[in-house]
Design a protein. Structure first.
Lengths: 570, 417
């Protein structure tokens, strides 16, 4: 089909919006509320364009292109409308840009800059509201909210949580949990997807960088850091590197630059998780335990289950998440080994996740004196903030390797960053442990990719066992409801709260679209293929950890240190 | 349409049937749906709720759809200055039900809702009574009038939001959600209530249908003028002697309505301004009153006749006081979904207050006009698209008021400094 944009003939297919067609022809129409994977809100009206023969201006994001349509995107009338709307949005926005984390990384700011707004004709009508600081994961600052509706959409439709909603009318409209309650009073999983899609700084992770700086320069504490698998394929994006750049070695040396005493890899405890969880699965299958077993790595999923699905808590693996296993080992095994007071060990973890902040603060994750096993959690975004604060330039960094004992890892562990990764890693190990024969093809491609629910079947001890993987909590709910009705055909289910798994986590760099997720996934699988050892049970350091300290998987000590319990909340 | 007003007891279905009620329905039930829609097409009737969209087009679009379909009657009547729907529901509730039954049969819907504004408790009471009577007498429910046609009507009350008169906000409200509009397309006839095709019409549109089918579409189409057919209910209010509801044939002028029916302005005062349609309508000067109440001719005001309100304002009132009051209404009633409407109205009020206080500059005037235009052109729904009509119209017709205020403000500054 044919039409015109700015008098240029364009071709398009039925159903495409003006915005889609313009993009194909490199005609830039500015947008604000639009986000590739979310529903079209057309709330901001910034993408308004002229259409020949139609009254008023129409939004390019929501108007389908028709045969012979004549669209003008660059007239003074259009520009004036865009500028006026932007001025209006700014008139009800806490536009103190230099004192905002999103400075120079803010979609509203760059829109205002591109439209050439040099003076706002409209006085501010902002009525200040207090910040929501009551939970350990997320901070809501409604003074900055521009009511674009992205967070509401992601919370409602992608995560099916319905925590964030719009309230009140007119310029008094606000976005937030019902009754303007703080987030921790509602069933919020702290997955942080809202923070990831926010175009401004209205929802952000709780910033812990100051505490980390202080600890790094406190000579009395020994600061160690663990890096989650999904961080290394994303952090580069914030430092002007290409999407999904693998920054293993450079990341290590950059962290050393910041002053961490030891740089460890969460992948190590991911391997450990596979040993514990795989053994638990085999036990449940052979000894008639509760099935299907559901993974426990994702803290947002655990938050959801404890608050809403008390009846499936028995299905969830008792294993701690890799982050918490690391924290426990650091404050027990490592302290023993190096003769240290565990109070002097300060564990920082860098995660793609805001819910991990909540997880680390849970009371049960404390090995000694009510001290948390993991002292503080930084998101990928906070880490890149620290790099910028210190002026770390990735391009000049040397490649270094992780420290030992928690630095030897496998390809299987790296997969934890991707949706389906825990499943794939577990299957590699469980298959070989049960069938006592080497797995021919290590790649379980049916559990890979961005599809919401993925299935696979694997032969264990002569029986075909069905497994399922979900990402995005709306999809998780479908699988869990099946389990609750007793109709689940699966033996093992992996649930990750964020679309694409941890590589699409709520703490990951801004602008996580499916395109970016694909790039991060590609890197994740590249790292796996590139590793010499790709199966968790073949990790020598893990074997020696069991020999030296834990005994065997699911031993009494392993249970004491590496497993946890769940309780219904609220 | 108003023939039975005051003649029949609105509580009595028998009174209604004795005066020819439900006769048309019985006749129509033997017709084909497409023939009914064709009659509606010939009648040239357009939506009476304000947007003046050809009624038959909506019905055709609905008839094409398959599966579950809904009919919705918009009885939210939130537009200040309008009270025609209230009269229609309170004086002749069965006429509305008959109109809905006819449309339901024509487009193949089985379930209907009447969304009545919560303030209209007496209308709700009467409608509920009428619905239960109609069920009792076999005009609602299964196998209506012995034919293979079932249809039922439910009442939903509005919570008082003006925006819920907008079709999508109304649907959201029926679904139990906050009254905020949706993105178009898809239109309600494609994806409407509970995701199903939905035909939404105003009370007056539905109430007209029995008369169209009684007279025949062609005969009805001869009524009125070249631009609009049939009769229209006019809610006349403001500074006139005889305020009230009038049914007039299209073609009469606004002056005729005010002078001949309304008895003119009392106490010998002069008409200064007349606001048409309601708060979202244009304000026009006295010398333009000779135009018809025709829909199409209102296009020159960037607006339509709307729901048929005429508010007469005499020479005692300040234009800016009226505009501020109107725009405060929209500031309060904007749902907050789209940016220009949400943030724009409060700025308009601020600018108008400067005019009212005689502390205004030419720049303020430019900002006001530009802002009013941007809201009108870019707002998502009918509320924002029409809210600034009064400003845009007065800028054209009462330009001297604006200029006067700017000059007075300048002079004041010179005197003070």
């Amino acid at each position: 089909m044919n039409a015109y944009i700015n008098h240029i003939p364009v071709e398009f297919e039925k159903g495409m919006t003006i915005l889609d067609v313009a993009k194909n022809y490199n005609i830039n129409i500015p947008t604000l509320c639009h986000y590739p994977e979310l529903h079209i809100n057309s709330d901001c009206r910034i993408c308004s364009v002229e259409i020949d023969g139609r009254k008023g201006l129409k939004t390019a994001c929501s108007t389908p292109m028709h045969e012979g349509m004549k669209v003008i995107t660059n007239s003074p009338r259009v520009l004036n409308a865009r500028k006026t709307i932007t001025e209006l949005i700014l008139s009800n926005h806490d536009a103190n840009c230099t004192a905002c984390t999103r400075n120079l990384n803010c979609e509203l700011q760059s829109l205002a800059k591109n439209l050439g707004i040099d003076l706002n004709r409209f006085p501010t009508v902002l009525s200040r509201s207090p910040l929501d600081l009551l939970n350990p994961s997320l901070v809501r600052n409604n003074n900055r909210c521009i009511k674009c509706g992205r967070c509401v959409d992601v919370c409602k439709n992608v995560q099916s949580m319905h925590v964030l909603e719009t309230m009140h009318r007119g310029h008094k409209m606000t976005v937030g949990p019902a009754f303007d309650d703080p987030l921790n009073d509602r069933i919020c999983t702290f997955c942080g997807q809202c923070a990831n899609v926010c175009p401004v700084g209205a929802i952000m992770e709780k910033d812990n960088t100051d505490i980390v700086w202080e600890k790094l320069h406190d000579p009395s504490v020994y600061v160690m850091v663990q890096i989650a698998p999904a961080v290394r394929v994303a952090v580069g994006e914030t430092l002007n590197q290409k999407d999904g750049l693998i920054s293993n070695g450079k990341l290590v040396s950059a962290l050393r630059h910041l002053g961490f005493d030891h740089i460890y890899d969460t992948n190590f405890t991911a391997d450990l998780t596979i040993m514990e969880e795989g053994t638990e699965l085999i036990k449940r299958v052979t000894e008639g335990g509760v099935l299907p077993m559901i993974t426990s790595c994702c803290p947002a999923w655990i938050n959801l289950a404890e608050q809403r699905y008390a009846d499936v808590l028995d299905h969830i693996s008792t294993c701690k998440s890799p982050q918490q296993m690391f924290g426990t080992l650091a404050k027990t095994y490592f302290a023993d080994k190096s003769n240290m007071d565990s109070r002097d060990i300060y564990v920082v973890s860098v995660m793609p996740c805001t819910a991990k902040k909540y997880e680390a603060s849970r009371k049960e994750f404390s090995s000694f004196y009510d001290l948390p096993d993991v002292d503080i959690v930084l998101t990928t975004r906070e880490l890149s903030k620290m790099f910028r604060q210190m002026g770390v330039d990735f391009s000049f960094m040397e490649e270094e390797s992780f420290d030992n004992p928690f630095g030897i890892t496998t390809g299987a562990a790296q997969l934890f960053g991707a949706s389906g990764g825990v499943m794939e890693a577990a299957l590699r190990t469980v298959y070989e442990l049960v069938n006592k024969e080497p797995l021919k093809d290590l790649n379980f491609t049916s559990v890979r990719g961005l599809k919401g629910i993925k299935e696979a079947s694997v032969n264990l001890g002569g029986n075909d066992v069905k497994v399922a993987v979900s990402n995005g909590l709306a999809n998780a709910k479908k699988l869990v409801d099946q389990v609750r009705r007793g109709e689940s055909p699966y033996t093992f289910i992996e649930i990750m709260a964020c679309p694409g798994g941890c590589i699409g986590g709520g703490g990951q760099p801004y602008g996580t679209t499916n395109e970016v997720r694909e790039a991060r996934l590609e890197s994740t699988y590249f790292i796996d293929e590139d590793m010499v050892c790709r199966k968790s049970h073949e990790n020598e350091m893990i074997s020696s950890l069991y020999e030296e300290y834990l005994g065997e998987p699911n031993s009494k000590l392993a249970h004491h240190l590496l497993h946890t319990y769940y309780q219904a909340r609220k | 349409m108003t023939a039975r007003f005051g003649v029949i007891d609105p509580f009595s279905i028998e009174d209604f049937t004795n005066h020819g009620g439900y006769d048309v329905l019985k006749k129509v039930l033997s017709m084909k749906g497409e023939d009914i829609i064709d009659e509606v097409r010939l009648s040239r009737i357009t939506g009476r709720g304000g947007a003046s969209f050809p009624t038959y087009l909506k019905m055709q679009a609905m008839a094409k759809e398959t599966g579950e379909k809904y009919l919705v009657c918009n009885a939210d009547e939130g537009e200040p200055g309008n009270f025609k729907d209230k009269y229609l529901m309170e004086r002749d509730p069965h006429q509305l039900l008959e109109g809905m039954l006819i449309s339901g049969f024509a487009v193949g819907a089985k379930k209907a809702y009447i969304y009545v504004r919560g303030e209209y408790q007496s209308a709700i009471y009467l409608l509920e009574h009428a619905i239960s009577e109609a069920r009792k007498y076999g005009y609602l429910g299964q196998d209506i009038c012995g034919q293979d046609f079932s249809f039922d009507i439910e009442i939903r009350q509005g919570g008082g939001a003006y925006v819920c008169g907008e079709e999508f906000a109304l649907l959201e409200s029926i679904e139990g959600k906050p009254g905020r509009t949706r993105v178009k397309p898809p239109f309600p006839t494609e994806v409407g209530l509970f995701g199903q095709p939905t035909l939404i019409n105003n009370v007056e549109t539905f109430s007209t249908l029995p008369h169209i089918l009684a007279m025949g579409g062609e005969a009805y189409g001869l009524l009125g003028s070249d631009f609009a057919s049939g009769t229209k209910l006019i809610s006349l209010s403001g500074n006139v002697r005889h305020k009230g509801l009038y049914e007039v044939e299209y073609g009469v002028s606004i002056r005729q309505v005010i002078e001949e029916l309304g008895g003119g302005v009392p106490e010998g005062r002069a008409i200064n301004m007349v606001q048409l349609g309601g708060a979202c309508g244009p304000i026009i000067p006295e010398h333009l009153l000779d135009i018809d109440i025709d829909n199409e001719r209102f296009e020159i005001f960037n607006s339509k006749m709307g729901a048929g309100a005429i508010i007469v304002i005499d020479d005692r009132f300040d234009l800016f006081e009226i505009l501020i009051r109107t725009m405060r209404f929209f500031e309060h009633e904007s749902c907050g979904k789209c940016a220009p409407c949400r943030e724009g109205h409060i700025q308009i009020v601020k600018l108008l207050e400067k005019f009212y206080d005689t502390m205004v500059t030419k720049k303020d005037y430019e900002s006001l006009v530009s802002l009013a235009n941007v809201i009108h052109e870019t707002a998502l729904c009918g509320l924002g698209q029409t809210s600034t009509t009064s400003i845009l119209a007065t800028v054209e017709f009462f330009q001297y008021y604006y200029q006067q205020r700017i000059r007075q403000s300048e002079r004041r500054e010179w005197v003070q400094s």
